[in-house]
Design a protein around this ligand. Structure first.
Ligand code: B1M
Length: 211
């Protein structure tokens, strides 16, 4: 199979062409292209390109959001075929915005980029208390926990969650990633997180590396 079909899908994703990408992905499936190849060589590859451009300041939040929306549409078309082909996500990650914090744009971007890297993201939402996170870590087989905080006041809740997991005796069940505008590497080190990343693209890269 020529790479042209994957280049086309990757290009449509990068340009955020949600309707066109659905048609292109369906056509590729109808032509017998493997769902796993479409995901890896078309969609994830396109998402990685847009993620890199976002990291370098070549594109901005709106472009990433439309690309992510296109990714979601295309993934919807692929889902049944992927399930049939037995291509499973590499693993599961939990994600939330911490207690007291309602900002969800960054969290949603991180979620979309993680999903774009073949990881199933379980979204616990915003304003999430430590008890709910502890429960989710206990009851799912997620390997990574992603905590977003946008306020200098709520970043403290990232530590509360780590402490609650320690108290529950399940701290080591997950790798903990922290991020959000006020969060820094030194803060992440101080509270005992496993990783800090400054943006959604690097969060997805680091998250993928944990699997
Ligand atoms: Co709010 N807000 N806000 N706000 N708001 C900020 C954060 C603020 C910096 C504005 C300012 O004063 N300049 C300020 C915080 C000050 C501080 O604590 N230092 C602030 C404040 C004070 C408040 C309120 C208290 C205002 C008030 O009511 N008086 C209030 C708090 C509400 C609450 O949460 N309890 C509030 C409310 C709101 C809105 C509801 C109006 C709205 C949120 C809407 C929504 O999210 N659905 C809002 C918004 C939009 C902002 C700004 C303008 C934009 C935030 C945003 O979405 N940025 C923001 C000012 C600013 O940032 N310029 C501001 C775009 C987004 C893509 O970036 O979320 O940083 P960001 O995510 C990035 C990275 O941080 C990183 O990746 C993302 C993409 O690269 N990242 C991670 C995020 N999570 C990560 C997790 C990771 C890794 C990377 O690993 C797990």
């Amino acid at each position: 199979m020529s790479d042209a079909v994957f280049d086309e899908i990757s290009g449509l994703l990068q340009r955020g062409k949600a309707k066109d990408i659905v048609v292109a992905v369906q056509k590729a499936l109808d032509d017998g292209v493997g769902a796993g190849d479409i995901l890896e060589k078309g969609l994830i590859s396109g998402m990685n390109i847009i993620g890199g451009k976002f990291k370098n300041g070549e594109v901005f939040v709106p472009e990433v959001l439309v690309a992510a929306r296109a990714m979601n549409h295309a993934s919807g078309v692929l889902k049944p075929a992927l399930a049939k082909a037995g291509v499973k996500p590499v693993g599961k990650a939990l994600i939330c915005t911490v207690k007291g914090d309602l900002h969800d744009i960054g969290k949603n971007l991180v979620k979309m980029m993680i999903e774009g890297n073949g990881i199933e993201a379980v979204d616990l939402g915003v304003d999430v208390p430590p008890e709910k996170v502890v429960e989710a870590v206990k009851t799912t087989d997620a390997k990574v926990l992603c905590l977003s905080a946008l306020l200098t006041t709520t970043m403290l809740a990232q530590k509360d969650i780590i402490d609650a997991l320690k108290t529950a005796g399940i701290r080591d069940k997950v790798k903990i990633m922290v991020g959000g505008a006020p969060v820094t590497q030194s803060y992440a080190d101080e509270i005992g997180a496993d990783a800090y990343t400054p943006d959604a693209a690097s969060a997805a890269e680091v998250c993928r590396a944990f699997y």
